[in-house]
Design a binder for this molecule. Structure first.
Ligand SMILES: Nc1ncnc2c1ncn2[C@@H]1O[C@H](COP(=O)(O)OP(=O)(O)O)[C@@H](O)[C@H]1O
Ligand SMILES: [Mg+2]
Length: 225
């Protein structure tokens, strides 16, 4: 497998209210191989969210660069970054962020509509993805009528529906109990095997890390080996 994502010398500073500077990331280098499940671990405040946001072009580093699929994504314009995120990347968050007025099916179908997928394919792919995450009997439920684990499954179905190359997931299992979290990890693994997806996720849960191909540990904004 080849390297799909490579971050070099990433630093990110935040200025806070009193004028002082937080060094959220300092000189982070990492590589992700295509088709792998990679975990970023670390305590709260260690820089996981800051790093995953930079890897997914949601934020820019102050120093360093990120090469994704052969392109330096840190130097793209914001509209180029938008296009990249729309086509090749997807995001899953701890708090699920589904549309509460839409059913599970509509949530996935709507995401496919935004991605420009034609109607017939949308219908088929939305059903396929929801079935693959075990929600074939819950397609007409709204988020409020689903458990936390089921909502996260909808979010995963939605994330993978437009066949991104990579999914970034920030603490996707943190709000779930361990068996439900493990089931979410297994779903990621299924899509890696069947669709060649790559997954980068943050966690502070040892049980989840054991299911990763590779774990990077962050400590105060630096990778520790
Ligand atoms: N927008 C921001 N403004 C100021 N400080 C921030 C901002 N985002 C993150 N930080 C600080 O950067 C550090 C890393 O935060 P974060 O990446 O959220 O860590 P984690 O996700 O591992 O909990 C923390 O000290 C946090 O307070
Ligand atoms: Mg975080």
């Amino acid at each position: 497998m080849s390297v799909i994502l490579k971050a070099s010398g990433i630093s990110r500073r935040f200025k806070i209210g009193d004028g002082s500077i937080v060094n959220a990331l300092q000189g982070v280098d990492l590589e992700v191989e295509g088709g792998q499940l990679v975990c970023l671990r670390g305590r709260s405040g260690s820089g996981k969210t800051t790093l995953i946001n930079i890897l997914g072009a949601l934020d820019k580093p102050d120093e360093g660069n990120v090469v994704f699929d052969g392109r330096d994504i840190t130097s793209l314009s914001s509209s180029q970054q938008d296009a990249l995120r729309r086509h090749d990347m997807a995001f899953v968050f701890q708090s699920v962020a589904l549309m509460s007025a839409m059913t599970a099916y509509e949530n996935v179908e709507f995401a496919l509509r935004l991605a420009g997928v034609p109607l017939l394919q949308r219908k088929q792919r939305a059903r396929e993805c929801l079935t693959r995450v075990g929600l074939e009997k819950r397609m007409t439920h709204r988020p409020g009528e689903l458990s936390g684990g089921e909502q996260q499954r909808v979010a995963i179905a939605r994330a993978v529906s437009h066949k991104p190359k990579i999914v970034f997931a920030d603490e996707p299992t943190a709000a779930l109990d361990t068996p439900t979290g493990m089931a979410v990890m297994k779903l990621f693994r299924d899509f890696i095997v069947s669709e060649g997806l790559t997954v980068v996720m943050t966690t502070h849960d040892e049980a989840m890390m054991e299911l990763a191909d590779k774990v990077y540990a962050l400590e105060d904004g630096k990778l520790s080996v």
